[in-house]
Design a protein around this ligand. Structure first.
Ligand code: ATP
Ligand code: MG
Length: 372
């Protein structure tokens, strides 16, 4: 009988597991939040992921439960584990992707390089942190942030007064003077094997990932090795199973510092669909099923991924797809079947090749068909 994987969450990450699942002969089931979501091709159930009964019923018909996001509450995750369900990543690992304060404390314990940070619960302690760090700091809500929502650069504690008023501690971080952002992905299976993808460069605009270049250009071999070691150490230290993405800063003095973690396929790894021997979506399925892992090596010298965001006009994307395809037969255009609201990720373009300038130009130019 086919192995069955249940994915909680019906977004594009679940959707992009569908093709490799078909190839691997894995039966994919998706618990979507509502009808008509990105992964609705495979959505076999629609329901509330915060409800233990709903997820338990969903889990009954699969061999392993995994995720398209990190929002399933800990008590629901533990209810699954207590019922004997295989959950990957498990709750003990996932807590560090759910709560940035818990992550910072754990990474300190593991001796991982990170920005200075503090847990702050009132304006006085935040102001003290700001004063100690050159008059500015980055303040983050520990939970629920995405695409830069829940992140603010402040120069006075009063600028975070609304968040502090919500109760609960906030994460204050040193404003890192970085030259660029990198991401390191690794896959780990429950029985322990780990593989590391090449470290990539990520470019964010307005707090949202815009482009990814794989591998990271001009990265000294030693820096790439350190990034891979950090990724593997975190996967092992936290007991992560499945795909792990470690977002990193490269500082002006060429150190790497950990920004945050995602324990699932990640936007920084979309290039692997067309640029690596094993895509992150196939790898995630293999890892959570505890199957032998695939080769993470690149299959081309360079891969560039450019995100397609919904624009202000946001008319139908169909005509634009045809135009982009006609102009760029070499580009791989991936679409998520989502309504194109402004700023929303609705697809991406991957281009691979030998010359980075050509590859970058082609990927941007194909994606530009979707700009208003
Ligand atoms: N300590 C810091 N110093 C400088 N810049 C920072 C810092 N923390 C975050 N940033 C910037 O803000 C962006 C968003 O921060 P972070 O990744 O923590 O938030 P997020 O909303 O959870 O992200 P995502 O979009 O990955 O879900 C980072 O990619 C980086 O550009
Ligand atoms: Mg981030």
């Amino acid at each position: 009988m086919a192995l069955r994987v249940g994915v909680v969450g019906g977004g594009q990450l679940a959707r992009m597991m569908i093709a490799p699942a078909v190839e691997l002969g894995v039966e994919l089931r998706v618990l979507a939040e509502e009808e008509g979501m990105s992964a609705s091709l495979a959505a076999s159930a629609v329901g509330d992921y915060r409800d233990a009964e709903t997820i338990l019923a969903f889990a009954r018909d699969v061999d392993v439960v995994t995720f398209d996001h990190e929002h399933v509450p800990q008590d629901v995750l533990h209810a699954l584990v207590d019922a004997g369900v295989a959950v990957h990543p498990g709750p003990d690992a996932l807590q560090y992707a759910q709560d940035k304060l818990a992550m910072r404390a754990k990474l300190d314990e593991l001796g991982m390089p990170q920005p200075d940070w503090a847990s702050v619960s009132d304006e006085a302690s935040l102001q003290a942190f700001i004063d100690d760090h050159g008059g500015r700091a980055v303040v983050k809500t520990p939970r629920g942030g995405y695409d830069g929502k829940g992140v603010r650069v402040v120069s006075a504690a009063s600028e975070a007064a609304d968040w502090l008023a919500d109760g609960g501690p906030l994460l204050a971080e040193q404003l890192v003077d970085f030259t660029r952002e990198l991401a390191q992905q690794v896959a780990r299976r429950p029985s322990g094997d780990v593989v590391a993808y090449p470290v990539v460069e990520t470019v964010q605009r307005d707090g949202v990932c815009a482009e990814v270049i794989a591998p990271a250009p001009h990265a000294p071999e030693r820096l790439a090795e350190i990034a891979a070691q950090v990724g593997v150490a975190i996967a092992e230290g936290l007991g992560v199973t499945g795909m792990l993405a470690v977002e990193l800063f490269e500082t002006t003095d060429q150190r790497i510092l950990v920004n945050e973690l995602a324990m699932r396929p990640h936007n920084s790894g979309h290039w692997t669909q067309d640029g690596a021997w094993t895509s992150q979506f196939e790898q995630h399925l293999r890892a959570v099923l505890d199957l032998p892992l695939g080769d993470p090596s690149p299959r081309a010298a360079w891969s560039v991924m450019v995100n397609i965001l919904g624009g202000p006009a946001s008319d139908s994307l169909d005509a634009r797809f045809a135009a982009a395809m006609a102009d760029h037969p070499d580009a791989k255009i991936h679409t998520y079947g989502k309504a194109p609201r402004p700023g929303r990720k609705v697809g991406h373009v991957n281009v691979t090749g030998d010359d980075l300038d050509d590859v970058t130009y082609d990927a941007r130019s194909a994606a530009s068909h979707f700009l208003d």
